[in-house]
Design a protein around this ligand. Structure first.
Ligand code: SF4
Ligand code: SF4
Length: 140
């Protein structure tokens, strides 16, 4: 019998879903992002929304989301080698946002891999919605 609550179990599944989509995205960000002249990693995009905080707190991760940076400053998690956070710890939008260049690169990959990626991504979105549903109605 699991000693985790529904919320924790769902959060662990969601973390696995982030880990499942990450390699395919990384494969393509490694190709396109080093050439980018308008990097999207500004601090505004590295800030968590309430669903991110719900997910991370279910995993015991404390979110400290205030600093003196302006929205347009480079993201607090950005380093010379890219993002310093594993994907599951990043705000969801960092996984869900695809600029045109990145999208073209993803879509240009092997059709079977691309379809599998889309399926994983849909699963991730579904789990995130379920987690929000549990917050709104804990009896679910
Ligand atoms: S995802 Fe697109 S906009 Fe963001 S850094 Fe990569 S190439 Fe640039
Ligand atoms: S958290 Fe990482 S991926 Fe997201 S905006 Fe910041 S540096 Fe970029």
């Amino acid at each position: 019998m699991s000693c985790l609550s529904n919320k924790e179990e769902l959060a662990y599944e969601l973390r696995q879903a982030f880990e499942a989509v990450s390699p395919f995205i990384e494969k393509h960000t490694l190709i396109v992002c080093p050439q980018c002249e308008d990097v999207c990693c500004i601090d505004k995009h590295g800030r968590y929304d309430e669903d991110d905080i719900l997910f991370l707190s279910a995993l015991g991760v404390e979110v400290v989301d205030s600093n003196g940076l302006k929205e347009t400053d480079p993201c607090r998690y950005l380093t010379e080698k890219g993002c310093s956070l594993p994907r599951w710890r990043r705000p969801f939008r960092c996984t869900y946002f695809f600029c045109d260049t990145l999208l073209r690169s993803l879509e240009g990959d092997d059709a079977k891999f691309y379809r599998a990626f889309v399926d994983y991504l849909q699963c991730l979105i579904y789990l995130r919605q379920r987690l929000r549903g549990l917050r709104d109605d804990p009896s679910k």
